[in-house]
Ligand binder design. Structure first.
Ligand SMILES: Nc1ncnc2c1ncn2[C@@H]1O[C@H](COP(=O)(O)OP(=O)(O)OP(=O)(O)O)[C@@H](O)[C@H]1O
Ligand SMILES: [Mg+2]
Length: 371
C-alpha cells in the first residue's frame, strides 16, 4: 500500500493501524480498519460482541497475523515481528496468568523472554508489584489471589518491561461494580503517570466515556466512528453509534427541507427543527430518523396551542438524581425523557397528555433506510 510514513508524519503517532483485515474463512472479523493512536493517548475500542475488538488487539500484540494491511508502532513496521520483540504489553480478556508461577514470577515472565538477568528481573517485578499496590503478594500463586488481585498482577506483567504501548482487553469485565470503578481510577492514574499509550477494549460504554481521550466504535469488523467521548455522544454520525453509546430516543419522520445549517422535518404531521447528522444526505420527502437524548427531550403539559409532538404519559420512574418519564407518541413509538425530580414534569401523571419537543441542536437527523 502506501510507503512508510516520513519521520515528521509519524511523530506523535504511537500506533498506526493501516487498512488491517483479518478473515477467518468467510468471516471478516476485522474488515479494513485504519486508525492512528497518538503517543500518550488512552483510546477505547467499543462495539457489540463479535465486532472484532479482540481480533484487532491480538494482531497488534502479534499473537495473530492480519490477512491484509499493516501496523506501524513508533515508526517501525511491526506487522511480521514476533510478540516479544514488539515492545507492546497486553492484558488479556481472561487474566491468563500462569497458574504454576507466583505473582512475582508471572510478572517477571516478559523480562525472562527478553533475556533480562535474574537480579534485574526480581528488582523490576518488585517495582511493578508496588505500582499495582500488591507489595506483599509476590509469592502467592494466582489461585491464592482474588479476581481484582489477579487483574493487578496481569496489569503489572503488561507494564514491567516499560512497553511503548499497552493493550487491554476488557481487563475489568470480571470484577464487581465497586472494584471496577476503583480499578478504572487506578489504571487511568497509572497511565497518566507513565505517559503510556493505551488501547483499551470494553463492553461498558460508561467506562469508555469516562476513561478515554478518544473512543472508536466498532461494528462488524469496521470502525464506525472515532472521536472524543463528547464528540461521539453529542454528534453521532450514524444511527448505529447514536444507539450504541448511551440512551437515545428515535422518532420516525420525513424531511421537509434543509435550511442553511439545519433542517425542517415533520413527525406525525408536526413540523420540527433539527440538525442533519454528519454525512447524512436525504432528499426532501424521504423518511428520516431523528435521535434525541432523554436529557435533551423537553416535555410539557399539552394545552391549546402548545408546540410539539403530542403524546401521553405512560409511566414515571424516580431514580434518585432524576426522573425518567416514559411517553407514548401517537405513532406507537415510546420515548423517554430525563427530568429534574423537582421540575413541573414531576407533577404529570400516567395518562396525561403532553407535548414533546427539543432544541434543534439536540436533534440529529439520519436517513431512514429501514422499512
Ligand atoms: N479463531 C477464530 N476462528 C474463526 N472465527 C473467529 C476466530 N476468532 C474470532 N472469530 C470471529 O471473528 C469475529 C470477531 O471476534 P472477536 O473475538 O474479535 O470479537 P469481540 O469484538 O472481541 O467480541 P466480544 O465483545 O464478545 O469479546 C466473531 O464473529 C468471531 O466469531
Ligand atoms: Mg473480545
Amino acid at each position: 500500500m502506501s510507503p512508510l510514513p516520513t519521520e515528521a508524519a509519524t511523530r506523535g503517532v504511537a500506533v498506526a493501524i493501516e487498512d488491517v483485515s483479518k478473515h477467518f474463512g468467510p468471516v471478516r472479523a476485522v474488515d479494513g480498519v485504519t486508525l492512528s493512536v497518538r503517543a500518550g493517548e488512552f483510546l477505547s475500542l467499543v462495539g457489540p460482541s463479535g465486532s472484532g475488538k479482540t481480533t484487532l488487539l491480538m494482531m497488534i500484540a502479534g499473537f495473530d497475523e492480519p490477512t491484509g494491511g499493516r501496523f506501524v508502532v513508533g515508526g517501525r513496521d511491526i506487522t511480521h515481528v514476533p510478540p516479544h520483540k514488539r515492545d507492546i504489553g497486553m492484558v488479556f480478556q481472561k487474566y491468563a496468568l500462569f497458574p504454576h508461577l507466583t505473582a512475582a514470577q508471572n510478572i517477571a515472565f516478559p523480562l525472562r523472554m527478553r533475556g533480562v538477568s535474574r537480579a534485574e528481573r526480581d528488582r523490576r517485578a518488585r517495582l511493578a508489584l508496588d505500582m499495582v499496590k500488591l507489595p506483599d503478594h509476590a509469592d502467592r500463586f494466582p489461585a491464592q489471589l482474588s479476581g481484582g488481585q489477579q487483574q493487578r498482577v496481569a496489569l503489572a506483567r503488561a507494564l514491567v518491561f516499560d512497553p511503548q504501548v499497552i493493550l487491554m482487553d476488557e481487563p475489568l469485565g470480571a470484577l464487581d461494580k465497586k472494584l471496577r470503578q476503583q480499578m478504572q481510577l487506578e489504571i487511568k492514574e497509572l497511565q497518566q503517570r507513565l505517559g503510556a499509550t493505551v488501547i483499551f477494549v470494553t463492553h461498558d460504554q460508561e467506562e469508555a466515556l469516562t476513561m478515554s481521550d478518544r473512543v472508536a466504535v466498532m461494528s462488524e469488523g469496521r470502525v464506525e466512528q472515532v472521536g472524543s467521548p463528547r464528540a461521539l455522544y453529542e454528534g453521532p454520525d450514524s444511527v448505529f453509534v447514536a444507539d450504541f453509546l448511551g440512551n437515545m430516543n428515535f422518532f420516525r419522520g420525513r424531511l421537509d427541507h434543509a435550511t442553511g445549517e439545519g433542517c425542517r422535518i415533520s413527525v406525525g404531521g408536526i413540523g420540527m427543527a433539527a440538525q442533519p447528522a454528519a454525512g447524512a444526505v436525504a432528499q426532501p420527502g424521504s423518511p428520516v430518523q431523528v435521535a434525541v437524548r432523554p436529557e435533551r427531550l423537553m416535555v410539557s403539559r399539552e394545552e391549546a396551542g402548545t408546540a410539539g409532538i403530542p403524546g401521553r404519559i405512560r409511566q414515571q420512574v424516580f431514580n434518585g438524581a432524576s426522573l425518567t418519564v416514559v411517553i407514548d407518541i401517537a405513532d406507537g413509538t415510546t420515548v423517554q425523557a430525563a427530568a429534574d425530580a423537582r421540575s413541573a414534569v414531576a407533577e404529570l401523571r400516567p395518562g396525561d397528555r403532553v407535548a414533546v419537543g427539543w432544541s434543534a441542536v439536540d436533534a440529529h437527523v439520519f436517513a431512514d433506510g429501514l422499512p
